[in-house]
Design a binder for this molecule. Structure first.
Ligand code: KIV
Ligand code: ZN
Length: 514
């Protein structure tokens, strides 16, 4: 069967490049949820991790391989047999496995990072790709720092990789340096000048250092690439990767200029975006295209007037097309299970039985505590449930915050079935809470960010708290919501500590350098 020549493969690397970005680590259960959501979103390939990087990554790749029904599952591997063997071991259970191996090809990287001659790098490409191809039929090869690689050497290295059996060739803009016109031309010339280019699919992987990642990815497609590597919400190393949702909506909205298709079910974009920001603790900026809180908001009088007359005056795509339905059910303390379940459906969530019961209980508690329960409250409840897999959880708390007595915080913590109590005094209840909870791990992580925001209007609104901790080169974001700001703060801090423990299990960043 011949491929539709304008069908673009969406390769999602939220769980690998996205997870590598500061603060974005996820637990195994969170990764499994994200993988399922990505499959529902319709991505073609999921890069589930870097199997050799840690046991956590290995487990994530192997469990996602066992879980997914349709989507190709991929693991990253450096150009070494050890890395490739580990990737293959993790991918064995996948219905459609892919090994993604890479090596740098730019003069800068070959000399300063790899300390290898260009000839040696060519040898490594041939060896690693053919080794991977002997294990797996689907092999992707990436020339790291491809956009700063010398033209002739780039052609030679790609030809070598295809000859050794690579089926996809990815030319990453690793440092976010290229521009759209340059990248279109680069892709076009690669396909024209590499003698065996017809035997592979070409791919783009753009970082957003100059804010050009999406534009560059689309430009590469115009030059002949038919795979785009991207992440949900554009998370990724430094300024991030190309945002999946922006690419999918650009193709859908401007099909007249960009006649390409993807398998993305765009109506699932909003809920997938919420899930990713919830599990990573990385909030989406309000004015972010497609998924920002203001992306479909109209504030000025002139715009509102136009919208009321005809939505097309200021809206180039409908909120429904990205899964932002108009709210129809108003929720309050008299709403029962049926209404709650309908509301979850309206918001795009499908919860398992236990998750539903726990979310419903939280909704009832919340409805008792505040007059009106908004959609944002329910999203915060569901998001909070996603963090239930944290190894350590707060089960009860006591804060002392009185005039003239030392402020303190005491928590009962459950971890691995056992219960323990931690307590501290501090300079105010938040300081006391953080000091008490930091006694749960060795060392003293630095508090880099403590941010509180109200989920909705009203003094009875839930507080949504983000805490960023850094420790020995690792950064994590913790996130929690509660009507009591102190409880939300403590839970967010503990969420960050849980993530730090997961990250500590991984090698240090410099140990993984290629
Ligand atoms: O940015 C990059 O070059 C990468 C490669 C490993 C594909 O992430
Ligand atoms: Zn990257």
């Amino acid at each position: 069967m011949s491929r539709d020549k304008n069908r673009v493969i969406i390769f999602d690397t939220t769980l690998r490049d996205g997870e590598q970005s500061p603060g974005c680590s996820m637990t195994l259960n969170e990764k499994l949820r994200v993988a399922e959501a990505l499959e529902e979103l319709g991505v073609d390939v999921i890069e589930a991790g870097f199997a050799i990087a840690s046991n956590g990554d290995f487990q994530a790749v192997s469990q996602i391989s066992a879980l997914l029904k349709e989507t190709t599952v991929c693991s990253l591997a450096r150009a070494s047999t050890k890395d490739i063997d580990r990737a293959w071991e993790a991918l064995r259970g996948a219905k459609r496995p892919r090994i993604h191996t890479f090596i740098s090809t730019s003069p800068l990287h070959m000399e300063h990072k790899l300390n290898m001659s260009p000839e040696k790098v060519l040898e490594k490409i041939a060896e690693s790709v053919s080794y991977a191809r002997n294990l797996c039929d689907d092999v992707e090869w990436s020339c790291e720092d491809g956009t700063r690689t010398e033209e002739d050497y780039l052609y030679k290295s790609i030809e070598t990789a295809i000859k050794a059996g690579a089926t996809t060739i990815n030319v990453p803009d690793t440092v976010g340096y290229t521009t759209p016109v340059e990248y279109t031309e680069m892709m076009r010339k690669i396909i024209e000048n590499v003698p065996n280019s017809d035997k592979a699919i070409f791919s783009t992987h753009c970082h957003n250092d100059l804010g050009l990642a999406v534009a560059n990815s689309i430009a590469a497609v115009e030059g002949g690439a038919r795979q785009i590597e991207c992440t949900v919400n554009g998370i990724g190393e430094r300024a991030g990767n190309a945002a999946l949702e922006e690419i999918a909506m650009a193709f859908r909205t401007r099909h007249d200029m960009l006649p390409y298709t993807t398998g993305i079910v765009t109506e699932n974009i909003t809920k997938t975006s919420h899930l990713v920001s919830s599990v990573t603790g990385l909030n989406v900026q309000h004015n972010k295209a497609i998924v920002g809180a203001n992306a479909f908001a109209h504030e000025s009088g002139i715009h509102q007037d136009g919208m009321l007359k005809n939505a097309e005056t200021y809206e180039i795509m409908t909120p429904e097309s990205v899964g932002l339905g108009k709210s129809t059910l108003v929720m309050g303390k008299h709403s029962g299970r049926h209404a709650f379940s309908e509301k979850l459906k309206e918001l795009g969530y499908e919860l398992g039985n236990n998750e539903f019961l726990s979310a419903f209980q939280q909704f009832k508690d919340l409805a008792d505590a505040k007059k009106v329960v908004y959609d944002e409250d329910i999203i915060a409840i569901v998001d909070d449930g996603m963090r239930d897999n944290d190894g350590m959880q707060i089960t009860s708390w006591k804060f002392v915050c009185d005039h003239g007595v030392p402020n303190s915080a005491t928590f009962e913590i459950v971890a691995d079935g056992s219960v323990k109590e931690v307590h501290s005094e501090g300079n105010g209840p938040v300081d006391a809470a953080f000091l008490a909870l930091s006694s749960l791990i060795e060392g003293e992580p630095d508090l880099e960010l403590y941010q509180v925001h109200a989920v909705t209007k009203g003094t009875d609104a839930q507080a949504e708290v983000t805490v960023r901790l850094s420790d020995d080169g690792r950064t994590v974001n913790g996130h929690a919501a509660h009507t009591d700001t102190l409880v939300a703060s403590a839970k967010a801090y503990l969420n960050a500590i849980n993530k730090l423990l997961v990250k500590r299990e991984k090698g240090k960043p410099e140990e993984m350098a290629v």
